[in-house]
Ligand binder design. Structure first.
Ligand code: HEC
Length: 148
């Protein structure tokens, strides 16, 4: 099962390159996604995490974090990863991410740094735009829609 999911995720990722290229070409290069303003996310009702980046989700199963993460995802991620995290094929289907701590670390790394290859931005970095509280809240919500 695990291997099957990995294969599926990889397949979707390959699809993502193609779609991102097509999109950048159609829009006339690198500003393809640059005109969408990222949305600030209010996480003041959550336990604040300080300056140190966590590597394991501190908000797993936290109801308030899940509520915030749901809306934060729709405002910042859904335009590429799909409403409700149901990917339309432009970006990987995040419902397939595993739950292990290593996946937490992978998740936060990707969201902080984004993905750039050969100068093309596949996914913008969110560090400086979203707080780590917001990023972990998104992860907490993603786990509630996870495809088992
Ligand atoms: C402009 C489109 C875009 C936006 C916005 C975007 N992503 Fe992505 N994301 C991508 C693409 C494309 C990839 C695949 C990158 C690659 O590896 O080639 C990706 C990959 C990822 C991955 C790695 C998935 C895997 O299976 O390896 C994670 C995690 C992720 N995104 C989370 C997020 C989150 C959370 C947000 C919102 C805060 C977000 N992304 C916003 C396009 C986007």
């Amino acid at each position: 099962m695990h291997n099957y999911k990995e294969t599926l995720a990889r397949g979707l990722r390959v699809g993502a390159f193609t779609a991102a290229f097509a999109c950048a070409a159609a829009a006339g290069v690198a500003h393809a996604h640059g005109d969408v303003t990222p949305q600030a996310v209010d996480t003041s009702s959550l336990k604040q995490l300080g300056a140190e980046w966590q590597t394991v989700n501190p908000y797993r199963d936290n109801k308030e974090a899940i509520r915030i993460g749901d809306s934060a995802f729709n405002q910042n991620c859904a335009r590429c990863h799909g409403l409700g995290a149901v990917s339309g094929g432009i970006a990987p289907d995040l419902r397939l991410l595993d739950l292990e701590p290593e996946t937490d670390e992978y998740f936060i790394g990707r969201v902080r740094k984004g993905v750039t290859r050969n100068g093309a931005v596949y996914m913008p970095p969110f560090e400086g735009t979203l707080s780590q509280e917001a990023m972990w809240a998104i992860r907490a919500w993603l786990e509630t829609v996870r495809e088992k």
